[in-house]
Design a protein around this ligand. Sequence first.
Ligand code: CMP
Length: 138
Amino acid sequence: MAHTTLMMIKPDAVENGHIGRILEKVTAAGFQIKGLKLTQLSKNDAERFYEVHQERPFFGELVAFMSRGPIVAAVLEKENAVSDFRTLIGATNPAEAAEGTIRKLYATSIGENAVHGSDSDENAEIEAAFHFAGRERF
Ligand code: CMP
C-alpha cells in the first residue's frame, strides 16, 4: 500500500544549488512526486509548522532559518514512505548521518540540515495539507 510523506528541501540546500540532486536521489529511491512547489515560509508559517518545538532552545534559530529563503515542498508517495524517507535522509545531525544519505551529502549542521521528512503517517497528512491545496496534489 502506498503511504505519504512530506519533504521540504530547506533554505540551505536551495541556496547551495542542491534541488536537482536531491530530487534525483528521492525519485531514484522509488518515491513518486505527488505534489511539488518552490515556496517561502513567513516567520508565522515557520512558527506554526514547528509548533511542537516551541519550548526548545533552538526554536528562534529554527524559525529564522526556515523563513530566510525559498524552500521546495513535496508530497511523496511510496510503500512505508515515512520510515524509508527518514532512512534516505539520514540522522538529524549530518555528523551522525550514514554515508550516502542526503544529509551526509548536503547538510552542513544539525540546524541547517538540508531536508525535512515527516515523522509519522498522521503528521505527513497534516504537513501536506499545510503546504498544498487539494488541487495541487495528484
Ligand atoms: P527536522 O527534524 O526536520 O525538524 C526539527 C528541526 O529542528 C531539525 O530538523 C533541525 O533543523 C532543528 N534542530 C534540531 N535539533 C537542533 C539543535 N540542537 N540545534 C538547532 N536546530 C536543531
